[in-house]
Ligand binder design. Structure first.
Ligand code: F6R
Length: 613
C-alpha cells in the first residue's frame, strides 16, 4: 500500500511531486522518493523516512525537470530502507518506476532476469518491472509497458519514466487505485485525487487493465483488451482546503468535528419529513431498486475493521426495521468460507476507501455467484463503486486520518437509510417506529454539534485510560457494536490495549483480567437493557474496576448510581444512539493518544487504505 504521483507539464516537477506526496502520506510513510527527467537524464532522490526529510534534502540540492514520478511507501516486499524506497531503475538508468501493490510472481521473474544478466539493487518486487521494461521491445514506452503487463501477476498501479521518451509518463492499473488529472497543458496521475487537487479538478479514473500515456497536451488510453478507448473526465466539487486540516491540530480532530456536517450531507436530498406524520426517502439512481429489495432472499453486510463495525450496527437496523436478519461478516472471513450465496441475495459492502483488498475480493465473489452487490462507500470512482451493481455514497468528504471517524458514522446513517428503504419495500416497516427513527436521524447533526461543544471536558476521562496499560469496553446489543468501535479507536491510536466485550460475556472468562483500577468504559444507551447492563457493571466494580459509563440523559440517574463517572448523551431514539456514542468514543481515543504523545493521524504499523490482502 503506497502513494503514487506523476507530473508532466510546464511547472518545475519537484514541487508538484513533493506537494502531491504530502497529500498521499496517509497511504504509507516508511520511505519516499522522486525521479525527475531533465533532458536526457533521470535523477532519483529517495530515502527512508517521511516526506519532510526528502523535502529538506531537495531544498539543499534541488532536482531540475518538468516531468517526474514520486512515491510514498508502506513496505510489503523488503524492509523499509533507502535501497527499497521507490522509484526503482533498470540497469541502464533509462527507466524509473514507482509501484503500488504486490507482484505475486516476483521471485520467478527476478530469477529469470538475473539469469539474463540483469543486476538488482533492491529487494522489492517493483524492481522487476523496471528490468522487464528494459528487456521489452517496442516502438514506444506505452508499447513496452503494455507488453510486459502480460508477464505480471498480482495487483499494481505503476507509473514509468523513460529518458528516450521525454515529456511522457506511462501508467498502468490492475487492482490498485490510479486517477489521472487533466490541467491546461499538463497532466497528473496519482493514487488519490487530493494529490493534484490544488492544480486541477478534472479527473479521469482508470479501470483495472487500463494503460495510459500522459503527455502535456495528450492522454491516450488502452483497455485490458488493448483497444484505444476514451473515458469521460468528471469534475471534483470539493476544494483543496477540504482536504487540509482547516485549523485543527490533526486530521482526526478535524474529521471528528466535521461529522455533524457530514451527516447532513449523507441525508441531503435523500431523507425529509414532509408533514407531521409523513417522511420521504429518495435514494439515488444507483441505489438498490425496489424490485431488487422485493425479491430479496438473503442479505449480507460485509466490511473490514471500522466498516465492519458499521455493518454490525446496520445489521440491527435491518432486523428492527425490515425484519430481515442479515449475515454480517468480515470480508477476510467471508471470502474464504465458501458462503452460500446466489441470485436473489443482496450483499452490501461497506468501505470508506472502496479499495480495501479483502472487501473487493468478497464483492467479486458475491457478484460471481449471482448476488446483487451494493457498495456503501465514500470514494466516487473507487473500484468498489465501479464494480458493484449498486452504489450508495456516504458523502463524508475526504477522510485523511488513518483512524476512520466520519466515515464510520456516515456509514451507519447510510445503512439506516437502506434499512428504511427495504422495510418500506417489503412492507415490514412499522410507521410509528419509522417516523421516530427518521426524526432522530434528522436531529443527529444538531445534537452532535452540541455534544462536541462539551468535548473539552472529557480530557480527565481520557487521561484515566491513557495512563492505564489496558481497558475494557462493554455493551449489549447496539452498544456492543459501539463498544467494539470505541475499543478499536482507542487501541489503534493510543496503543492502550483496549478490548470490547458483549457485557454478558465477560463473566465467561475475561472477568479474570479485571483488577483494581482497570478502566472499564460501559455503553448503556438501550433502555430495555439497562438493568442487565447495570448487573454487569456491578460485577466489574466488585473486582475494583473504575467504570466510565456513556449513557443517555434519561438513563443517567440509574447508571450514575453504579458507575464512577458518567458521560451523558442527549436523549434520542435508541436506534440512532450508536452515531452519537461514537463521538465521545472517538474523542477519548484522540485525547488519550495525544496525551501519550503519539502521531494521531499516522499510527504505527497502519495505513489508510489496505489494498493488499
Ligand atoms: C480503523 C480503520 C480501519 C478501516 C478498514 C476498512 O479506524 O479505519 O479499520 O475501517 O481498514 O477500510 P475501508 O473502509 O476503506 O474499507
Amino acid at each position: 500500500m503506497c502513494g503514487i504521483i506523476g507530473y508532466v507539464g510546464p511547472r518545475p516537477a519537484q514541487e508538484v511531486l513533493l506537494n502531491g506526496l504530502e497529500r498521499l502520506e496517509y497511504r504509507g510513510y516508511d520511505s519516499v522518493g522522486v525521479a525527475l527527467l531533465d533532458g536526457s537524464q533521470i535523477q532519483v532522490a529517495k530515502q527512508m523516512g517521511r516526506i519532510a526529510g526528502l523535502r529538506e534534502k531537495l531544498a539543499a540540492a534541488p532536482l531540475a525537470g518538468h516531468s517526474g514520478i514520486g512515491h510514498t511507501r508502506w513496505a510489503t516486499h523488503g524492509q523499509p530502507s533507502d535501497q527499497n524506497a521507490h522509484p526503482h531503475t533498470d540497469c541502464s538508468g533509462h527507466i524509473a518506476v514507482v509501484h503500488n501493490g504486490i507482484i505475486e510472481n516476483e521471485a520467478a521473474l527476478r530469477q529469470e532476469l538475473i539469469a539474463g544478466g540483469h543486476h538488482f539493487r533492491s529487494e522489492t518486487d517493483t524492481e522487476v518491472i523496471a528490468h522487464l521494461i528494459e528487456e521489452a521491445d517496442g516502438e514506444s514506452l506505452s508499447d513496452a509497458v503494455r507488453a510486459i503487463r502480460q508477464r505480471l501477476r498480482g495487483s499494481y498501479a505503476i507509473a514509468v519514466l523513460d529518458t528516450r521518451h521525454p515529456d511522457e509518463i506511462v501508467v498502468a492499473r490492475n487492482e490498485a487505485p490510479l486517477v489521472i488529472g487533466l490541467g491546461e497543458g499538463e497532466r497528473f496521475v496519482a493514487s488519490d485525487i487530493p494529490a493534484f487537487l490544488p492544480y486541477t479538478r478534472w479527473v479521469v479514473p482508470l479501470e483495472d487493465g487500463d494503460t495510459a500515456s500522459l503527455k502535456r497536451d495528450e492522454l491516450v488510453l488502452w483497455n485490458a483488451a488493448g483497444e484505444r478507448i476514451t473515458r469521460q473526465p468528471y469534475v471534483i466539487s470539493w476544494s483543496a482546503e477540504a482536504a487540509e486540516r482547516s485549523g485543527y491540530t490533526t486530521f482526526m480532530e478535524k474529521e471528528i468535528h466535521e461529522q455533524p456536517r457530514a451527516w447532513r450531507e449523507t441525508m441531503r436530498g435523500r431523507l425529509a419529513i414532509v408533514s407531521p406524520r409523513q417522511w420521504e426517502l429518495h435514494l439515488d439512481e444507483e441505489a438498490p431498486k425496489p424490485q431488487e429489495w422485493q425479491r430479496l432472499h438473503q442479505l449480507f453486510l460485509i466490511g473490514c475493521g471500522t466498516a465492519y463495525h458499521a455493518a454490525m450496527v446496520g445489521g440491527r437496523f435491518f432486523e428492527q426495521l425490515a425484519r430481515v436478519a442479515p449475515t454480517v461478516d468480515l470480508a477476510s472471513e467471508f471470502r474464504y468460507r465458501d458462503p452460500i450465496i446466489g441470485p436473489g441475495d443482496i450483499a452490501i459492502f461497506v468501505s470508506q476507501s472502496g479499495e480495501t483488498a479483502d472487501t473487493l475480493a468478497a464483492m467479486r465473489l458475491a457478484k460471481a455467484q449471482g448476488a446483487t452487490t451494493v457498495a456503501v462507500t465514500n470514494v466516487v470512482g473507487s473500484t468498489l463503486a465501479r464494480e458493484a451493481d449498486r452504489v450508495f455514497y456516504i458523502q463524508a468528504g475526504p477522510e485523511i486520518a488513518v483512524a476512520s471517524t466520519k466515515a464510520y458514522t456516515t456509514q451507519v446513517i447510510a445503512l439506516a437509510l437502506l434499512a428504511l428503504d427495504l422495510g418500506h419495500q417489503n412492507g415490514q416497516l412499522n410507521p410509528e417506529r419509522a417516523m421516530a427513527l427518521v426524526q432522530a436521524l434528522l436531529d443527529l447533526p444538531r445534537l452532535g454539534e452540541s455534544l462536541l461543544d462539551q468535548s473539552a471536558q472529557w480530557e480527565p476521562l481520557a487521561a484515566a485510560i491513557a495512563n492505564a496499560s489496558s481497558a475494557f469496553y462493554l455493551g449489549r446489543g447496539l452498544d456492543w457494536a459501539a463498544a467494539l468501535e470505541g475499543a478499536l479507536k482507542m487501541k489503534e491510536i493510543s496503543y492502550v490495549h483496549a478490548e470490547a466485550y458483549a457485557a454478558g460475556e465477560l463473566k465467561h472468562g475475561t472477568l479474570a483480567l479485571v483488577e483494581a483500577a482497570t478502566p472499564v468504559v460501559a455503553l448503556i444507551t438501550q433502555p430495555h437493557l439497562v438493568e442487565k447492563s447495570l448487573s454487569n457493571l456491578r460485577e466489574v466494580k466488585a473486582r475494583g474496576a473504575s467504570v466510565l459509563a456513556i449513557t443517555s440523559e434519561g438513563l443517567s440517574k440509574a447508571v450514575g448510581e453504579v458507575a464512577d463517572a458518567v458521560l451523558v448523551l442527549p436523549d434520542i431514539d435508541p436506534l440512532a444512539t450508536p452515531v452519537l456514542a461514537a463521538l465521545p468514543l472517538q474523542v477519548l481515543a484522540l485525547m488519550a493518544a495525544t496525551l501519550r504523545g503519539n502521531d494521531v493521524d499516522k499510527p504505527r504499523n497502519l495505513a489508510k487504505s489496505v489494498t493488499v490482502e
